[in-house]
Design a protein around this ligand. Structure first.
Ligand code: SF4
Length: 299
């Protein structure tokens, strides 16, 4: 196990894409998250998972759903750039659906919440021992739904119902819609993110079993960080069973270097924000000042 102060604990990093066309055609960045969850379901490693699906009224304002079939998992395919409270359905998944082995998909903060819940299962007894898999997704920041609406309506000039895909890459938010495509430089989206994201130090879901995201991989692929033994064995098995096409990660500036750079930048920037708040005497739970020495400064 490598203990990296920027990328967290991990065993191996590779790049991959799903081989199943039914998955890739509905997904983003190679369909890794959906295909891993479908594979885990088929191999009985999980008996269900909680996915973020488009809500009836607004497809870009997702809601959590308990998925117990491949078809249902695929309903949650594709990235949504606003929060979805997936963990809120964990109790329902065990108590109403009777799931014994739950898979979870979440942003780094949601993975942290999950691990906290497992460590201190107050109010969640008989639930936490049923968490079988945690899949984390890279996250630099996230937007409240009202911000997403502003990007779509005011900055790109279309209705949310016209949007077919959103994607953040190369410093821009790309919004594909029925009339074409709009792009917004990420510089212009600053200030619209959730305020809590400005104090978040985790880009790569350091506490997950497996973390994934497009950064560091070629277009249409994702990087996969195999972390725990459970996560590594699941991914290795999926590769052996021909579910994933893989390639080693490029060590250079568009590969591992890029992943490291973004994770480092997030830690540095947000540690400064934490320090400023603490200097003002404001409390931010589970953080500490780095005033004496910013551990990320020289990275
Ligand atoms: S930036 Fe951090 S707090 Fe914000 S959504 Fe992502 S993981 Fe959560």
């Amino acid at each position: 196990m490598i203990h990296d102060s920027i990328l967290g604990p991990y065993q191996e990093i590779i790049t991959a894409k799903a081989k199943d066309n039914k998955v890739t055609s509905k997904s983003q960045d190679g369909g890794i998250v959906s295909s891993i969850m479908i594979y885990a379901l088929e191999k009985n490693i999980i008996d269900g998972t909680i996915v973020a699906v488009p809500s009836k009224d607004d497809p870009w304002n997702p809601e959590p759903m308990i998925a117990t079939t491949k078809k249902e998992i695929l309903k949650g395919a594709g990235t949504k750039y606003t929060m979805c409270p997936n963990l809120s359905l964990i109790k329902e998944a065990t108590r109403e659906y009777g799931l014994e082995k739950i898979g979870t998909i979440g942003t780094p903060c949601q993975v942290m919440g999950l691990r906290k819940m497992q460590t201190y299962p107050m109010g969640a007894r008989n639930v936490t021992d049923k968490i079988a898999l945690s899949l984390g997704i890279y996250c630099m920041e996230n937007f409240p739904y009202e911000s997403i609406k502003t990007f779509i309506q005011d900055k790109v000039g279309v209705k949310p119902s016209q949007v077919t895909k959103m994607n953040i890459t190369k410093g821009k938010l790309f919004i594909t819609h029925t009339e074409g495509e709009g792009k917004i430089p990420l510089k212009e989206t600053h200030g619209y993110e959730q305020s809590g994201c400005n104090y978040c130090l985790d880009y790569v879901a350091e506490l997950a079993d497996v973390s994934c995201g497009s950064v560091g991989a070629k277009p249409g692929w994702s990087t996969i960080i195999k972390r725990t033994d459970k996560g590594k064995s699941l991914i290795d098995q999926a590769i052996e069973d021909d579910v994933l096409e893989t390639a080693p990660i490029d060590e250079g500036k568009f590969g591992l270097e890029m992943l490291n750079k973004l994770a480092t930048n997030k830690k540095k920037k947000n540690q400064k924000n934490i320090d400023k708040k603490l200097d003002l005497g404001l409390n931010i739970p589970f953080t500490h000042s780095s005033k004496k020495e910013n551990p990320y400064e020289n990275r």
